[in-house]
Design a binder for this molecule. Structure first.
Ligand code: MTE
Length: 331
């Protein structure tokens, strides 16, 4: 982000790599039946196996979520191919090239894993991953992901509202912000040798943003546990903000009364503000944010760019959080 021009497109996906939505939906249906205990009985046989094979052979453990009924939690847009979502990544702890995380993140040890929830709360606590997985029912949410660099994807995540965890720890009245600290393990993460960012990667939200039901604590995607390069074993997904607000591989969640300093804001405060809501009307100092390239669309870099939507299309659900604010100043 800081060292590259916007979206210079390292990947030119072939159309043959693109998963059709119907193939993926076939597999989702199958996973949901498993989740509901039907054992996939109605879909055994070649139909189910074909649907699975059309996506790719399952490599990671299945993690199913019931389709979310939350308003805004599902877009009808074509889902991006798993192969793109899991190979075109930003995870600077593993390097700054889009292909580095998929190539290098195998070294990340995700078991055992704990997340310490602390600061201005009544019930601070260190959660083991197993406990977190059971804290609330898993849902599948199909969100647009818009990177500040000018590209986007549509990803089916599995997780639950961060609000469930926030309720469990009972924030004090003085808590106004939430800081998210992510893993920084020099043994596993070669990118930490670079000073491109101050490590660990830290992000933050206002408490009301963190509590908004669309803010997702994600453990899986495409019906499976998260691949390491996408932020295993647990990450945040805030769909109306630029992707960098969604910290990967979380280890600490801290409630504070002051706006947290965030990794990108420290690196380049004039370019990456605390809010970083997707906003087509507020340009990045070095490029416009009015349009975006949907990864995997026919034509690669020559494909027609789409218009970027205010709050990434989630304005009806989150616009009221920013009523009365000057979004040019609070960018
Ligand atoms: N989290 C950590 N810890 N380190 C990172 O470099 N990159 C961010 C965000 N979370 C990043 C991170 C950026 S810039 C984006 S666009 C999204 O992760 C990308 O998520 P994805 O690779 O799952 O699509």
């Amino acid at each position: 982000m800081i060292i590259r021009a916007a979206d210079n497109g390292y990947l030119h996906p072939r159309s043959s790599e693109i998963t059709t939505q119907s193939a993926y939906l076939g597999r989702r249906e199958w996973l949901h039946r498993l989740a509901l205990g039907a054992g996939g009985a109605a879909l055994t046989g070649w139909a189910a196996r074909d649907a699975m094979a059309a996506v790719r052979p399952g490599k990671l453990a299945a993690l199913a979520g019931a389709p979310s009924t939350l308003p805004g939690a599902s877009t009808g847009e074509k889902i991006s191919a798993y192969e793109h979502a899991s190979t075109y990544n930003n995870f600077y702890e593993f390097g700054t090239d889009k292909s580095d995380p998929a190539a290098r993140a195998k070294s990340l040890k995700t078991n055992p894993w704990t997340v310490s929830v602390e600061g201005l709360v009544n019930k601070p606590r260190t959660y083991g991953l197993e406990e977190l997985l059971k804290l609330a029912p898993m849902e599948e949410r199909i969100y647009r992901l818009r990177c500040v660099e000018g590209w986007s994807m549509v990803i089916p995540w599995v997780g639950y509202s961060l609000a469930a965890l926030i309720r469990a720890v009972q924030p004090l009245g003085s808590a106004k912000y939430v800081e998210f600290v992510t893993q920084a393990d020099p043994q596993a993460m070669p990118g930490l040798r670079s000073s491109v960012l101050l490590w660990p990667y830290v992000e933050g939200l206002r408490l009301d943003e963190a509590t908004h039901p669309l803010t997702l604590l994600a453990f899986g995607m495409y019906g499976e546990v998260l691949p390491n390069q996408n932020g295993a074993p647990v990450r945040l997904v805030v769909p109306w903000k630029y992707g960098f607000k969604s910290g990967k591989s979380l280890v600490k969640i801290r409630f504070t009364d002051k706006e947290p300093r965030t990794a990108w804001n420290i690196a380049a405060p004039q370019e990456y503000g605390f809010y970083s809501n997707v906003n087509p009307d507020v340009a990045h100092p070095r490029w416009s944010q009015a349009t975006e390239r949907r990864i995997g669309e026919e034509g690669g870099l020559l494909a027609k760019r789409r218009k970027t939507l205010m709050f990434n299309g989630y304005e009806p659900h989150v616009g009221q959080l920013y009523a009365g604010m000057d979004l040019r100043k609070s960018f």
